[in-house]
Design a protein around this ligand. Structure first.
Ligand code: SF4
Length: 329
């Protein structure tokens, strides 16, 4: 077995059953990273509290997300899968890091401004401190690399700045500056053909859906808006159905759609049926594994509790160094 390159950390909010956007944008990559890194995957339920007003479903959403991760191939005997709020040291480190983080910097961040725009009725402290909590998440586990898309790179740079600031001020090396591991995940557009796939926009396709539900959602997908009739030639380059064909269909099928669509040789209904068939075939092993795991929900909670314990051990080691560096009695 080859030596791993270091530790990777990534967190995701407990959004429940995962959709194609989650799957292609994160989960698929989480699974692949296990071959190269020691992986720590966190369900960041505290982060969710900054914007989720109704917390009734947090526990169920945590369970469903963990179930999807495990069914997709995350190996809990190697990787740590855990719940953010079950490792209390993260709130302690968050407080300590907040002392070395200029307030103006936080309120200037585009992500904070965006949140203020989205929820003007609830501009809470948690929104301001969000990037500091994120930095605490990352550094608590002695993370060497964080997988991110290009758009999230500023968050990691911010974490690195906080690490430098803390280490410099307290003359320590307790905090590791994480590297960015830029991942190339496709941007998955929802079935509305316009916006990023998202549960809140109800434009998503759940990976755990039944084949029938999947086909129904695929048939609802918006296609080339210029193609009004079956006899009109279409343009696959502007069609979201074609984008998914490029991921889930064979090279021959992609080529066929690309050619036939342009000369009205294939209609959108048949094109979507083909996509639904291929999507269902791709997800079939995942769904079988998920159904098997869903028979024993206690196993999923045991995996999470085991992850919580393993995460606490690393977290406490870091905090021993961090507390000592600050001269806490
Ligand atoms: Fe899109 Fe397929 Fe219709 Fe062409 S035939 S517009 S690729 S759904």
């Amino acid at each position: 077995m080859t030596a791993k390159k270091g530790r990777v950390f990534s967190g995701a909010r407990p959004t429940g059953k995962q959709h194609l956007g989650n799957y292609l944008g994160a989960v698929h990559n989480y699974v692949a990273l296990q071959d190269e890194y020691d992986c720590v995957y966190c369900i960041v339920d505290l982060h969710a509290l900054t914007t989720v007003e109704d917390t009734e479903n947090l526990k169920q959403n945590t369970y469903e997300m963990a179930l999807d991760w495990l069914a997709a191939g995350i190996r809990p005997e190697e990787s740590i899968v855990f719940i953010q709020s079950h490792v209390l040291q993260v709130t302690e480190l968050h407080t300590m890091l907040s002392m070395v983080t200029p307030l103006g910097k936080l309120t200037d961040l585009p992500t904070f401004k965006e949140k203020v725009r989205m929820q003007p009725h609830n501009i809470n402290y948690g929104l301001v401190g969000y990037p500091v909590l994120m930095a605490a998440d990352i550094m608590l586990y002695k993370t060497n690399a964080v997988p991110v898309g290009v758009d999230q790179a500023p968050h990691i740079e911010f974490t690195r700045e906080i690490a430098r600031s803390f280490n410099h001020r307290f003359k320590t090396q307790a905090l590791i500056e994480p590297e960015m591991k830029i991942t190339e995940a496709p941007k998955v557009i929802g079935i509305d053909g316009q916006q990023k796939m998202s549960k809140s926009l109800d434009n998503h396709i759940e990976i755990a859906a039944t084949p029938e539900e999947t086909a129904k959602r695929v048939m609802m997908m918006v296609t080339d808006p210029q193609r009004q009739r079956r006899s009109d030639p279409g343009n696959p380059d502007v069609c979201n159905v074609f984008s998914l064909h490029k991921i889930f269909s064979s090279a021959e099928e992609v080529n066929m759609v690309n050619v036939e669509c342009r000369r009205a040789g294939i209609g959108c209904v048949d094109c979507k049926k083909l996509l639904a068939k291929n999507l269902n075939a791709h997800l079939s092993p995942f769904r079988a594994r998920r159904a098997e795991l869903a028979q024993k929900p206690e196993y999923v909670w045991e995996v999470l509790e085991d992850g919580n314990q393993r995460a606490r051990v690393i977290a406490e080691q870091t905090m021993v160094e961090v507390r000592a560096a600050q001269g806490l009695p």
